[in-house]
Design a protein around this ligand. Structure first.
Ligand code: SF4
Length: 321
């Protein structure tokens, strides 16, 4: 690469060659001796971090947490594992039961994917969550992030796990920028691999600590550098915290298709019997939007046509059975 190439790659290359300066030891910005003590003192006591939680619980938590804050996930996660403590328990129930239990976590296709994943684990793996990334990746609904998170957090393997929080901390503390230029997961993973401590157990804790730092301190909108354990080494902080240009605008929710789909799902979850299609369409003022949203739910497998109402002959819908 020419010397004037991408600074991200230069940092990554330097990190690989000089792990003691950019890496986890010595005076590296994200050194183990800074992150692990901070995590031990300030990390949240979350049920999926319990050493006895087990791989299925970790897998469930990772899928729930992908788009939803911890505080909203906790009650649903607890109820879910109480009802379905093993993949086979979930696989034995209908997909619609999973959607109902998903409640209002949002993006309910995740419930369907989790059900499909539980079924595959039960049928193809004897009910045991696989412990290696390639096999985890063969499961429905399990992508690179989730496979690596399960390998690291459930099976305590030395596997780089990059989510948006980790990417943000790496970008600021090591690369000295407020925000990544573009998602570059492969490169982020390669860079993180150079930072991970060699010991697998310590590596798993280090990954959790990095995520926690991004979730609690180095947040996207208001990083609390004064409480950060790596403030004196953070390249972005030392450079004067020049704000990036792309601080993400708050997504509007009111009136969106997501809101209308959410309303329809709430009606379906609450109903003990099939719901008249006209009742579902009535949740939006815009009939074209309502039709589009209902068609989307049908296409996604989140709703399914049921027998017509025996009294009125009206078309009805239900959760998948
Ligand atoms: S010093 Fe500030 S910007 Fe740097 S890692 Fe800590 S919280 Fe993030």
């Amino acid at each position: 690469m020419p010397s004037g190439g991408d600074p991200d790659l230069r940092v990554a290359t330097a990190s690989a060659a000089e792990p003691d300066t950019q890496g986890t030891r010595g005076d590296g910005a994200l050194a183990v001796d800074r992150l692990l003590p901070w995590f031990a003192e300030h990390g949240r006591d979350l049920p999926w971090r319990d050493p006895d939680a087990g791989p299925w619980a970790v897998l469930v938590s990772e899928i729930m947490l992908q788009q939803t804050p911890v505080v909203r996930v906790l009650p649903v996660y607890r109820a879910w594992l109480q009802r379905w403590p093993r993949p086979a328990d979930l696989a034995a129930d209908a997909p619609g039961d999973a959607i109902r239990a998903w409640d209002r976590l949002g993006y309910p296709r995740r419930a369907l994917r989790l059900h499909a994943c539980a079924t595959a684990i039960t049928v193809d793996h004897g009910g045991v969550v696989p412990d290696d990334v390639p096999t985890l990746l063969t499961l429905p609904g399990i992508g690179e992030y989730t496979a690596r998170a399960v390998a690291a957090f459930a099976f305590r393997q030395r596997v780089p796990v990059v989510d948006t929080n980790v990417r943000r901390v790496l970008t600021r503390a090591v690369r000295g920028r407020d925000e990544p230029r573009e998602p570059a997961t492969t490169r982020d993973r390669a860079e993180l691999e150079t930072l991970l401590p060699p010991d697998p157990e310590q590596s798993a804790r280090y990954s959790a600590a990095l995520m926690e730092l991004g979730a609690l301190i180095c947040t996207a909108r208001s990083p609390d550098c004064d409480r950060c354990p790596v403030q004196d080494r953070c390249v972005w902080h030392r450079g004067g915290r020049v704000a990036g240009v792309a601080r993400r605008a708050v997504q509007t929710w009111h009136g969106t298709d997501r809101q209308i789909r959410g309303r329809m799902m709430a009606v379906l979850r609450a109903a003990e019997h099939p719901v008249a299609t006209t009742d579902l369409l009535a949740v939006a003022d815009d009939t074209d939007q309502a039709r589009r949203c209902l068609d989307g739910l049908l296409a996604d497998g989140l709703a399914t046509a049921a027998a017509p109402d025996p009294a009125t002959g009206a078309e009805t819908m239900t959760l998948p059975r």
